[in-house]
Design a protein around this ligand. Sequence first.
Ligand SMILES: [Zn+2]
Length: 431
Amino acid sequence: MDAVVGDLELGDVLIDDGVIVEVGPLVSAAGAEVIDCAGKIVLPGFVNSHHHMFQTALRNYWSDALDMDYFLQSRTGEDALFHQYAPDDVYWGELGGALENLAAGTTTVVDTSQCSYTPEHTDAALEGIRRSGIRAVFSYSPVFGDHEVDDRYGHPDDIRRLLGVAGSDLIRLALGYHVDEDLFRLAKDLVLPVFAHVNDASFGRLLEEFEEDGLLGAHLTYIHCLGLDASTWQAIARTGGKVSASCIAEQTLAMGPPALNDAVDHGVTVGLGTDAVSIGPVDFFSQMRAAYALHRGGRAGVASSRGADVGPDGRLLSPRDILEMATIGGARAAQVDDLVGSLTPGKRADVLVLNGRALNAGPVLHAPGAVLNMDTSNVETVLVDGRTVKADGRLVGVDVRHVVDRLTESAEGLLARAGARSVVLTSCRAD
Ligand SMILES: [Zn+2]
């Protein structure tokens, strides 16, 4: 994924003190510890540019929801599910979610937290992320709904405290969560990235107004971007904004035509995201295949007869293009491409090793195609910042059963406190 290094059929990656030092066909380094990757595919770790990890205990609860089901049941009314979260629920959700991402080969995640009911909730989120060892951008965001806000609710001012205590080598801070003038101004003052949900064209028109006020820029990443006007796309492109597409979650909630092709046609950088695990899967193999199918589906008819005219650079996206969206594109959309997203000497060593000799992968005749059609069972080794977090297909030092037990307890408590019904064999939509 590095234009200078290129894609190597055979190669070595030398890492020292968490940094990629050299990448080439044959790197010699006397005394270095060797991870034998014969028959494997070595990639930069995936970058998930949109997630809400606190929701991990609510896995699949809204898998048949439409967007209003999700928004109403999650945050409207005193009995809404999100309002039941205690800091401990946030902690286990974030830890479990981060571990799930690492196990699936995702080494960086943008966590747009919507659960900062109190500073203690925020601290619990950050602690869960820290414990996992994942690289993260924590997008500090408001909570919504018609519930009574806690006395200690600190949004947005708590970001000033967090800037003093929460940043680290692996965690960067940002602001989220919707298109809001005050939030955009605060981000400009504090020189922070913004991850803003742009769920429909009306939010897009607001962005166009913000451009006139000088509030847009390359530090902004726009989430979803469904059905935007061409003029909004032009404003995003002009100001260097990035887009995060959560293809599966958006289509599961039936939010509208995907933004992927519009973004590509306007020359806007796209990264892939998963959105919440309460709606859909967070593994990037599923995300890449969905993006690829949606892209090609959107080109149907045109592609078959006039392929040369498709897209701004005259071609259809390839599996490698989609792989870029999952790695360096995601890093740009996560505003961390200075650190990760490619195996580039000087960048931090977030590295993924995939088994190409499994029944679902071998023989590897087309490497990007092989990756697109793998699944999490192929994720063998994962390094974050040069540290091995997954080896031989297992997370290092993690008691998975314990984590799932705590998430199960959390789910039971959340559903009980909300008075929400079980949907094990029914539906969140049934009434
Ligand atoms: Zn979201």
